[in-house]
Design a protein around this ligand. Structure first.
Ligand code: SAM
Length: 180
């Protein structure tokens, strides 16, 4: 099957008022998304951040859990965090994942034409080029990024009109719908 990876995007994302912002790295996001990526045997989790100080923070988290005392205490957490690559932007993630990597985005609200999960799952079964599944931080991926994406996954819809999933929950649901 074609290589599929997840990108945890800290820029470009939007703030509550819709203005562009850059979100901070959150330790729990790295742990939970890495555990999702490892569980569904995806190629990697790319932590995308333009600021070197934030990339260094992410690298310190990885150092502890992949090569340090965290690994000794909880070995399988180190195995999950081994999937993580820290990069400055989406282009770096796409270049690392492979030639012609397509960007697929996720969002609680549609920004342009959307693809339902069943169709996206079917497309993955037959495609050649790698796919980078992008999840946002802050108040979501920038609309411009979503509009440029090759595919926009349909928003996950619950049983009511409340729609404020954490990136951790949204990633788990999305991966299970595509690979579970
Ligand atoms: N730190 C915040 C948190 O985890 O609550 C980040 C919020 S951010 C808006 C959540 C991200 O999860 C979105 O950018 C999107 O990638 C994904 N997401 C959230 N709700 C979703 C939904 N209903 N359908 C699809 N993806 C969703």
């Amino acid at each position: 099957m074609t290589p599929v990876a997840v990108a945890l995007v800290h820029h470009p994302v939007v703030a509550r008022d819709g203005s562009p912002m850059t979100a901070s790295v959150t330790n729990l996001d790295l742990h939970d998304l890495a555990r999702c990526v490892r569980t569904y045997a995806l190629a990697a989790l790319y932590v995308v951040h333009p600021y070197e100080s934030q990339r260094m923070l992410a690298e310190r988290i990885l150092e502890h859990w992949v090569r340090g005392s965290g690994r000794e205490r909880i070995p399988d957490r180190g195995e999950a965090l081994e999937t993580v690559r820290v990069v400055s932007d989406l282009d770096a993630a796409r270049a690392h994942l492979g030639e012609g990597t397509a960007v697929w985005t996720t969002a609680a609200r549609a920004h342009g034409a959307i693809t339902e999960y069943a169709a996206a799952r079917a497309a993955l079964a037959t495609r050649e080029r790698p796919v980078l599944l992008c999840f946002g931080t802050g108040w979501g991926l920038s609309p411009e990024l979503c509009e440029r994406a090759e595919l926009r996954l349909a928003p996950i819809r619950g049983a009511a009109d409340y729609n404020h999933l954490s990136v951790r929950a949204a990633c788990a649901i999305t991966l299970d719908r595509l690979f579970g």
